[in-house]
Design a protein around this ligand. Structure first.
Ligand SMILES: O=C(CO)[C@H](O)[C@H](O)COP(=O)(O)O
Length: 415
């Protein structure tokens, strides 16, 4: 099933204008040389690039890929020179080309110069998927390398129509795109956008993503709390906290540690919170309200993004009319008193999750997740990848596969 799906994706990408077909490392690890044989059979006239990421026994792995039908074989640029030279001998013997991948190379510029001297056919300036999640991109590195070598340069790593143009302008002759095509819910259209952009670079307006915080918020607005929890290896979700009002909230936490029913600190937090913040409250009792309609209106006036409370809320009718996203453990008619015990902007526990001031809070109809500020960019990017995969799965199901067939659950059950 996985190979059939891969052939279908390749066919759709070609329909959108893709020239070569790259067989990625995960597919090769999952299906072996059959992945290459199947693609060669399906596309006899297309250039097939086998991303073997060979690190040892260069001659043998190039021979395997070449005999299976690859035209270009990728070896790791950081492999020992002896591996690369033997891979080259094998490539020449079997009439295939060799691409050296700079992924994770400690000094990629220096290594690109060495690889050119060794005689590889292409050097791939590649930022790996995990590295992309930390904000690294291949275009800046590509600019530096293209000024130092004449060998044909490929580029890979999270490329889309926008960055593909920049890569071509920076000297790339081959633009390798994976997830932004293969995980698209319309592969042909995704490929077509990239083809059009690289064919007419002047037509593409270079996107400005703003500050890191703005980029994080923009990504978090596109994904669900389910995607985020998956990206966090099923972690981050608050327990026993549910939405009062339909809608989505994305913001950074202002925390309140308070005591059962005491609503002084919860309300004073409105004065401290800024536009786009989420007030996160631990109040310790689900039977006495520490929040209501007046506090909600006051929060709306300040542009506060939402409120999350491990405790109780009242004035639900007013809150539903006001529309501010509020998540709570319980709703009751009775409130406590503003005694003033507690603390604002200390680290708290809410819904069983640790929440520090400045952590990102995302809430939707499924509930609330907490993203530690120090990993927010990486986890937002990973959640985006989860979201893309899910869109692709929806598309597969619409085409008639069952979920277990598409995921090949039987094949991958833990032994
Ligand atoms: O190395 C790869 C898989 O083995 C990918 O081909 C490469 O990373 C490009 O994929 P993406 O555009 O998703 O980064």
């Amino acid at each position: 099933m996985e190979l059939d799906r891969s052939v279908e994706i390749a066919r759709e990408a070609i329909a959108g204008g893709a020239d070569w077909i790259e067989i990625g490392t995960p597919l090769i690890k999952s299906e072996g040389m059959d992945a290459i044989r199947t693609m060669r059979k399906a596309f006899p006239d297309r250039t097939i690039l086998a991303d073997m990421k060979t690190v040892d026994t260069g001659a043998m792995e190039v021979e395997m890929a070449a005999k299976a039908g690859a035209d270009v074989v990728i070896v790791l640029g950081s492999a020992d020179d002896s591996t690369l030279l033997d891979a080259l001998r094998s490539a020449h013997k079997y009439g295939v080309r060799l691409m050296a991948d700079l992924i994770s190379a400690p000094d990629p510029v220096k290594r690109a110069i060495e690889l050119e001297a060794l005689g590889v056919d292409y050097v791939n300036v590649h930022i790996g998927i995990d590295q992309q999640m930390t904000g690294k991109d291949p275009v800046s590195l590509l600019k530096e390398i293209s000024e130092r070598v004449d060998v044909q340069l490929a580029v890979a790593g999270g490329l889309d129509a926008n960055s593909a143009v920049q890569a071509v302008k920076a000297g790339a002759r081959i633009v390798i795109v994976g997830g932004n095509i293969t995980r698209s819910d319309n592969v042909t259209e995704a490929a077509r956008k990239i083809r059009q952009s690289v064919d007419s670079p002047e037509a593409v307006e270079i996107r400005n993503v703003g500050t890191v915080d703005q980029e994080i918020r923009a990504i978090l607005k596109e994904v669900s709390t389910s995607n985020i929890s998956d990206a966090m290896h099923r972690k981050g979700a608050m327990k026993g906290i549910h939405p009062l009002v339909r809608g989505k909230v994305v913001g950074t936490a202002v925390t309140v540690q308070s005591f059962p029913g005491d609503w002084a600190k919860t309300v004073e937090a409105i004065d401290i919170a800024k536009k786009g913040d989420v007030i996160v409250i631990y109040n310790g009792s689900k039977d006495i309200a520490c929040w209501g309609g007046l506090a909600t209106l006051s929060s709306l006036n300040k542009g506060i993004a939402g409120v999350v409370i491990e405790g109780a809320v009242r004035d639900i009718d007013e809150i539903e009319t006001l529309g501010l996203p509020i998540y709570t453990s319980n709703t009751v008619p009775n409130a406590g008193d503003p005694k003033g015990f507690g603390e604002i902007n200390a680290e708290i526990t809410c819904g069983g999750q640790t929440v520090k001031p400045g952590d990102y809070i995302v809430g939707d109809e499924s509930g609330v997740v907490v993203i530690p500020a120090e990993r927010a960019y990486e986890l937002a990017r990973r959640a985006k990848e989860v979201n893309k995969t899910e869109k692709r799965l929806f598309d597969e199901i619409r085409r008639g596969g069952t979920l277990s067939e598409i995921l090949e659950l039987k094949k991958w059950e833990k032994r």
